[in-house]
Design a protein around this ligand. Structure first.
Ligand SMILES: Nc1ncnc2c1ncn2[C@@H]1O[C@H](COP(=O)(O)OP(=O)(O)O)[C@@H](O)[C@H]1O
Ligand SMILES: O=P(O)(O)OC[C@H]1O[C@](O)(COP(=O)(O)O)[C@@H](O)[C@@H]1O
Length: 303
């Protein structure tokens, strides 16, 4: 089974407004609400690609109920620990530019955290666990490492998409891949990235620290894949960018789907990038039809 872990799910409340004015009364001409959070987004795209998976993590209150109901409607298996406080609602403001405000997330009690860890203790060598996104303030930042320790014992495959310290903390546990975006890579290494060579050097350092492979997503510039054998660059087609929220998560889902379907690395990476771009060109996360349309327009070259 593939498990996605979202410590800090969210309802993504997307508001489309023209000429947004800070400090003024703005009216949205369209609003959408989606079940969000990085692991949940991965689950949704995996399901669109017909890859069975279970979404786990912590949900609570009416936003938690909304998320669970939406996932069940989409035929996604769920195994969340239900907590007392409300799951957060993240605001995604679409105007001339995209602005995001992500909440800190609810309090998670120790007993709920223990219940969650116990679920992971039941994984085995045939399972894959994708941990993605932020950790609520009330949990210790060592939680990623604690999960990695459990998976080391159960021998399940680990995949991680998280910022700086969280990602760095699990590298010694040899994740199958990690997916920083360019900004995250710059933050990790404290540099300004200006070339593909710099990206490859940074990815190589993450591999030296234990990652089996690295996908660096580059927004409209596509993505770079690095492992010990091969370096690839994907370029993406031009198109109307509608909502990039969840693009990176879609990239992760595409790679997991490609590996699960036993595609070769080039094709798995191409699918990954197609999923990211198909989501950027959509109001919601991309579905299979959107992804199939983008796939032939993505170009993967060996660097
Ligand atoms: N403006 C865009 N045009 C086309 N594809 C995009 C655009 N923005 C994002 N993508 C696609 O989504 C992927 C992930 O986007 P990115 O912004 O790098 O990740 P994250 O959402 O994690 O910050 C990219 O590799 C690309 O395939
Ligand atoms: O857990 P974090 O880092 O606050 O991020 C949560 C947010 O990220 C998202 O998962 C989108 O992430 P990406 O745009 O990086 O793919 C949203 O659904 C959610 O609101």
């Amino acid at each position: 089974m593939i498990y996605t872990v979202t410590f800090n799910p969210s309802i993504d409340y997307v508001m489309f407004t023209e000429g947004f004015q800070v400090g003024g009364l703005n009216r949205a001409h369209m609003t959408n609400k989606f079940p969000g959070g990085k692991g949940i987004n991965v689950s949704r795209v995996l399901t669109s690609l017909h890859i069975e998976n279970t979404a786990t993590g912590f949900i609570g209150g009416f936003p938690g109920k909304f998320i669970k109901d939406e996932l069940i409607k989409a035929n996604i298996l769920t195994d969340f620990v239900e907590i007392e406080e409300d799951t957060r609602i993240n605001v995604k403001l679409k105007s001339d530019v995209e602005t995001e405000i992500n909440g800190p997330g609810p309090n998670i009690e120790t007993n709920h955290y223990e219940m969650f860890l116990n679920k992971l203790k039941n994984t085995n060598a045939f399972d894959t666990v994708i941990i993605a996104g932020s950790v609520p303030n009330t949990l210790n930042k060592s939680v990623y490492k604690e999960i990695a320790e459990i998976l080391k014992e159960t021998k399940a495959t680990l995949i991680v998409d998280a910022e700086k310290a969280l990602m760095k903390s699990i590298l010694p546990y040899n994740p199958k891949f990690v997916k920083p975006n360019k900004t995250e890579l710059e933050e990790i290494f404290g540099i300004e990235i200006k070339s593909d060579n710099q990206i490859i050097e940074c990815a190589q350092k993450l591999i030296d620290e234990g990652a089996q492979s690295v996908i660096v997503s580059l927004g409209g510039d596509g993505a770079i894949y690095v492992d010990s054998q091969i370096k690839l660059k994907a370029t993406v087609p031009q198109g109307e960018v509608i909502n990039t929220v969840g693009s990176g998560d879609s990239t992760v889902a595409g790679m997991v789907a490609g590996l699960e379907k036993q595609l070769n690395i080039e094709d798995a990476f191409k699918l990954a990038v197609s999923c990211g771009t198909a989501t950027a060109f959509n109001a919601d996360l991309a579905n299979k039809e959107d992804i199939d349309k983008i796939l032939p327009q993505v170009n993967v070259a060996i660097l």
